[in-house]
Write a protein that binds this ligand. Sequence first.
Ligand code: SAM
Length: 334
Amino acid sequence: MTVDLSHAPTATTHVASIYNSAVAAWAVSAAWELGALDALYEARTLDAEEFAVTHGLDPAGTTGMFRALSAVGLVERIGARVTANDAFDAVYHNKSFFHWLSIGSAELFREMPSVLRNENRKGDYYRRDAAAIAYACREIDHVTYAPTFWSALDRVDFDVTHVADLGCGSGGRLMDLMRHFPGARGIGVDIAPPSIEVAKQEVAANGLAPRTEFFVGDVLRLERRPEFDEVELLTCFMMGHDFWPRENCIATLRRLREVFPKAKRFLIGDATRTALPDTQLPVFTLGFELGHDLMGTFIPTIENWESVFAAGGWDLVRTNRIEMTVGEVIFELA
Ligand SMILES: C[S@@+](CC[C@H](N)C(=O)[O-])C[C@H]1O[C@@H](n2cnc3c(N)ncnc32)[C@H](O)[C@@H]1O
């Protein structure tokens, strides 16, 4: 295609900043996985070449990675010497959102032209990296849901001997629950075998394997099994939107009541659809909402959710609005 560039604007600095931010998003994610973000956060300054040598990395590429951070003002760089600043600390706090986008969801966004074509939108038409998403989600949870989650657990006023986490990912929440209720048995259910594998390893490494069981299964089509019969506390975080649309959601909520007949409390924590102006979107919102549109996943609003609980057989005890980046909320159901 030939494009007439005679009207090309001259705001090249702005364009370069957009481009460099895209490159830097990859660098932030890689630097986190390689331990470089943690090293810099703690030491405040490091030598990129030395870091490369001690971590078995290519020196030129590693310096380039730090240069990408420098290009968008996250570090000061003189040669190989890199120093963190306030902007670095802010990004460090938000690193999991970058990783979710540029590593966990990379293939989805790379395939955007194909994924948008109606003729392709059937069956398994997109790919994401389930293990990488689970890795990022653990920290996303820590910066968004965790404080409210702990408060909700403090309001559990009955003995908990069995807990189940639905869509358990890499098992972090299940381990938290089992530590919070010492002696309780834990059950993790997830549809993705790679996530269950990571979860099993983590649980074993933390000495919790003897009182934990994992099942690969679809939460939307779960069948009753003896192991589920004793569960009093159910949690489901960052996958509740998969229950939707409305009729499916009501059916899933009802089914979960049957599959977990003794469940007294159900905590659902998830993102909800925001209605912010395009130019006022915080970190994560844009990637999360576009990503889910690409995947054809309906993201309900808080009001959508509140309209299904009674029909699904659950009483809404409390709505905890967190609304930090993607309309996060925790519903406490009884
Ligand atoms: C965004 S991650 C959240 C992981 C974990 N709940 C947490 O709080 O960190 C969503 C998880 O739900 C799982 N999942 C998605 N749809 C599912 C389904 N229908 N049945 C079971 N698991 C599902 C995914 O494999 C993934 O591990």
